[in-house]
Design a protein around this ligand. Sequence first.
Ligand SMILES: Cc1cc2nc3c(=O)[nH]c(=O)nc-3n(C[C@H](O)[C@H](O)[C@H](O)COP(=O)(O)OP(=O)(O)OC[C@H]3O[C@@H](n4cnc5c(N)ncnc54)[C@H](O)[C@@H]3O)c2cc1C
Length: 405
Amino acid sequence: MMNFSFSEEQIMLRKMVRSFVDKEINPYIQEWDEQQYFERSIMGRLADLDLMGVCIPEEYGGSGMDYNSLAIVCEELERGDTAFRTAVSVHTGLNSMTLLQWGSEEQKQKYLVPQAKGLKVGAFGLTEPNAGSDVAALQTNAVQDGDDYILNGSKTWISLCDVADNFLVFAYTDKSKKHKGISAFIVEREMDGFSSKAIKGKLGIRAGNTGEIFFDNVRVPKQNLVGQEGEGFKIAMSALDNGRFTVAAGACGTIMACLEESVKYCHERSTFGKEIGKHQLVQQMIAKMEAGLQMSRLLVYRAGYLKNEGIRNTRETSLAKWQSCDFALEAANDAVQIHGAYGFSNEYPVERYLRNAKAPVIYEGTREIHTIMQGEYVLGYREDKPLSKTLPAWPFKKQREEAVN
Ligand SMILES: Cc1cc2nc3c(=O)[nH]c(=O)nc-3n(C[C@H](O)[C@H](O)[C@H](O)COP(=O)(O)OP(=O)(O)OC[C@H]3O[C@@H](n4cnc5c(N)ncnc54)[C@H](O)[C@@H]3O)c2cc1C
């Protein structure tokens, strides 16, 4: 049965992240955004607060909380800015949770433990200059050479490209097998032949670090192959089930921020002798934001509930991601509208919310890709087969055993 209440621990977690955002992000974010500057120390502060591995089991260095606790962290971080939620999405959602699901015990000890503790940062390298939605069009390749693979190619639009220590990278080991010839590798920044370069001039998430990564004969030991050769496409898609969940939760944070700013402004600004909040057409925009927030949250927490139960949730997570990101973009657009001309300047944060809200409608599956997925599910053209490795249900095994003893 789905439980709609939060535990004491989750309520405390939300309070802690909110206070962190209000003290350590909100006072500086406008400047970072204007300067296109990623404040790396925030990752260290998140680690100090045990927020870099919220839903990773304690035996792997994490906090052992449930998957909806990760959603809470993402919601509250994005209430500050999309950049830091994106960082947690790639570090925890796309990288660490994938290692938890698909990694060997050796890979978990070597890479997952330091990432969950926040001692190392993880990122996710799937997109290429000619391969975004069409993943199978990627060109990076990995050729086996003795006990190593040699990687060549490049990735683009990679979040934390200059910051992350470890990248989960997807490359062809056998191009003739199409998507069944893609494999997943852990690549370390320190490996010879690896380099990165940030993209400047982005519309939004300007306080985030995004860019290209390059592999020039990077020698990766075969111990860093995640799963089996040829399982990379499946691994990438199941990583997205977790990444999309964090993006959907983050979108709720954008809507919260839009509501907060808009409600404040509705009470401050008067036209025609009354607060603008008293005009019904302004109320309509506020009401739509509230409806969007509540509907998005229900979809997100349902996806989190399914993760906790160990039930495959590709369909539900895709719906949550699609809808909540669309709601967030609409909320940000309306927040600017409510602020009138002032919303069109950086005197108020709503213009940043609008610029930021565009990227999540593009990354981790564009709006169009999710629309097609949902249509296909309903029409019976798409169904999810069981995966060979599943994300562990929560409470995690050790927690369940301890509860019994
Ligand atoms: C800020 C930011 C951060 C990112 N971070 C990462 C990251 O960390 N790691 C990573 O791997 N990638 C990352 N990405 C890349 C992102 O995942 C891709 O941009 C996304 O998958 C879309 O790919 P594309 O940009 O190549 O667009 P394309 O796939 O070229 O699509 C172009 C347009 O065509 C539409 N389209 C494509 N195919 C279809 C179809 N079959 N039917 C209908 N319409 C279609 C799309 O919806 C879109 O409107 C990031 C992107 C951004 C903007």
